[in-house]
Design a protein around this ligand. Structure first.
Ligand SMILES: C[S@@+](CC[C@H](N)C(=O)[O-])C[C@H]1O[C@@H](n2cnc3c(N)ncnc32)[C@H](O)[C@@H]1O
Length: 321
């Protein structure tokens, strides 16, 4: 079935500027989605540049396949997580990259697809299954986690990934309620959030934080990011660019710290007078502060509101003589 894929690429011009693309460049888009950024990458690397596009979501890959068809065999699309980008590159016989783009999180298309369960509805009559998997064929659903995880695990996710006031209370409400009837739909979860008095009197709907926390846990988004950044770093040619767009403070923190660590090199304890680890800097950070969108972009695409763009450039590792 061909459905329209709705997603407006965020910070498109800035992303392209920082990717610093030339004709013939070999680029990995680790989150190809609907192919918005990928299309611009292919235009800038024509006539012979190569794009490797990864996504865990088959719907997204189908949409980008249609959109990028005109570029023929310059495009390789693979259904996999960017945490496994090494294996994907080996599959297509590419070793080194001129640039990598990671545009994290979910697409507007995924958010708007009711049956995927990323979005909650105020109306219990519009109950949708608690799924939230970016690859709906793999892994545990949000309902699985809610019905199987311990109260401590649930509380940890709500607290760490959602900074939810009342995390403990909600975890307890869930583990008690599921004894008589397992959670199945977002309406079940919304009812428990309400009954546990979570976020009473707060400006934001507390379910926003709960759903965000669950989505991060279901897809192990932070673990994938750590592994993906590390793999991308080691595949870049000297001078190659790594551009990351994150939409959550925890993601942005991981990107910032990974870049800083790689830019520093040495990991010896600060009090140690002489370096014994021998690690050399492998990245140069190009964004001291993250880039953000202007008011115009936020107005036309509210999804851009929380984005933070960070960029690093690969430098040749110099081993001490
Ligand atoms: C914000 S959208 C990307 C939109 C894309 N830049 C565009 O212009 O159309 C994020 C995409 O990344 C995918 N995704 C999220 N985590 C992923 C991962 N670990 N590996 C591969 N794809 C992932 C999602 O399925 C989604 O399609």
């Amino acid at each position: 079935m061909t459905t329209q894929f709705h997603h407006v690429p965020v910070l498109l011009e800035k992303s392209m500027k920082y990717l610093s693309l030339a004709p013939g460049a070999v680029v990995l888009d680790g989150t190809v989605g609907g192919g918005g950024h990928a299309e611009s990458i292919l235009e800038r690397t024509a006539p012979n540049g190569i794009l490797i596009g990864l996504d865990v979501d088959q719907d997204a890959l189908n949409a980008s396949r249609r959109r990028l068809k005109v570029h023929g065999d310059r495009v390789h699309l693979i259904q996999t997580s960017f945490r496994k980008l090494d294996r994907a590159l080996d599959e297509v016989g590419i070793h080194r990259l001129d640039a990598v783009l990671l545009d994290l999180g979910v697409s507007s298309h995924q958010l708007d697809s009711g049956q995927r369960g990323f979005r909650f509805s105020e109306s219990e009559s519009e109950a949708t299954p608690l799924d939230m998997r970016m690859n709906p064929e793999q892994g545990q659903t949000a309902a699985d986690l809610l019905n199987r995880a311990s109260a401590t695990e649930l509380q940890g996710w709500f607290q760490n990934y959602g900074e939810l006031p009342g995390s403990r209370r909600l975890a307890k409400a869930i583990t008690e309620s599921r004894e008589s009837s397992p959670l199945k739909t977002n309406a079940d979860l919304l009812r428990l959030i309400r009954e546990a008095g979570i976020g009473r009197g707060r400006h934001h709907h507390p379910a926003t934080l709960v759903f965000q926390a669950l989505r991060i846990a279901v897809n192990d988004e932070l673990g994938a990011l750590e592994e993906g950044l590390e793999a991308a770093r080691t595949r870049l040619k000297p001078g190659g660019r790594l551009v990351v767009l994150s939409y959550h403070s925890l993601e942005d923190r991981i990107v910032k710290h990974t870049f800083r660590r790689a830019a520093k090199g040495c990991v010896c304890p600060p009090k140690q007078p002489i370096c014994t680890c021998g690690k050399m800097p492998s990245l140069r950070v190009l964004t001291r502060r993250p880039e953000t969108p202007d008011a115009l972009e936020i107005e036309s695409n509210p999804r851009a509101r929380s984005v933070r763009l960070r960029v690093a450039e690969s430098i040749e590792e110099v081993r001490p003589s």
